[in-house]
Write a protein that binds this ligand. Sequence first.
Ligand SMILES: *Cc1c(COP(=O)(O)O)cnc(C)c1O
Length: 388
Amino acid sequence: MPEGPDLRPETRAIRAGRRANHGSLATPIWPSSTYELRDLEASAAMATQSLSTEFYARNGTPTAQSFADAVAELEGAQAGIAFGSGMGAVSSVILGMCSSGDRIVAQDSMFSVTTQLLSRVCPRFGIDVAFVDAGDTEALLAAVAAKPTQLVWVETPANPTMSIVDLEAVASVKGPFTVVDSTMATPAVQNPHDFGIDFVVHSATKGIAGHNDAVLGAVTGERELIDVVWGHHVMHGAVASPFDAFLGLRGIRTLHARMRQQCETAQALAERLEGHGGVSAVHYPGLASNAGHDLATRQMRAGGAIVVADLAGGYEAGKAMADRLELVTPALSFGGTESLLTHAASMSAATLGPQERADMGISDGLVRISVGLEHVDDLIDDVVQSIG
Ligand SMILES: *Cc1c(COP(=O)(O)O)cnc(C)c1O
């Protein structure tokens, strides 16, 4: 009978993060904002100790830390921190790890809010950001070699272009700390630490919590690095609510089963859309025709639950598709049990200008389909009829 780390991920997900709580199988929601402190020496230690959970709720709570421990376990990391959102996690890593005068090399096409934080906020604090096509490994390595660099930031698969970045190549850089936003994959599909990546970031709002009912983030890594980010996170204040952390932990219990089905359905949908007259390109790493397919085969266990398509009819076609859908809901976000359609130009990437979108490879007709748990045939019927 295998034990501990030898247990398979599906099995570990059932128990991960569980604490001794009077025999309770479910992790209690601890709503207390503060904790009785009688032992003043212990209190003084907790004030500075990272990952403390019974001091003051902005530092941490037992429920949020249980969730963070579970994500860390699934990612194969020493430690993790829970956040009140994916962006709480993103900003805490950037601002916790970088100072004025530092340089970040970042992927040129990523989740638009991360991109805006890097391009608009970081320069205000004297942090220089160089954007590079991280799908081009040589360009990425050349950008890092050009100047001393503190952080390398990539997203794979990237939201919403689905481009795949070579994790082994990113981890091979000497000097900078490496960060992978692995939200689009979830820990069930990809584990970047296995390739030597320092930080893994998740918007657990998406596939990890998985039911479109929580806002949550997580960061995992070696304890020493997590301690640095934790010190910043206490000041940043993007803390996970105990209730949402509870939902995130509940999501983890079914993560592998959900992702297995959602990936299978997504693969079938991607295959059906390939060659559809109304679609000029399908971006799904599970398709043999995809530029990132070989890389995805090496570093992902499946193609993921998101299928991206460029509609031949551009912006108007995206609008018409959202109007015609009956089963799939036009909405932001992805990774949940109900399928969603996001039209990038009018929704997720609407805050970017047309030029910025074009530079990031986001066409006016780009739609992101988050594949949920509906029956594959019902889903395909609805998507196909909506494209017209
Ligand atoms: C959604 C998302 C985020 C931000 O997460 P929130 O929970 O919405 O703050 C970060 N990175 C990626 C790749 C995302 O898709």
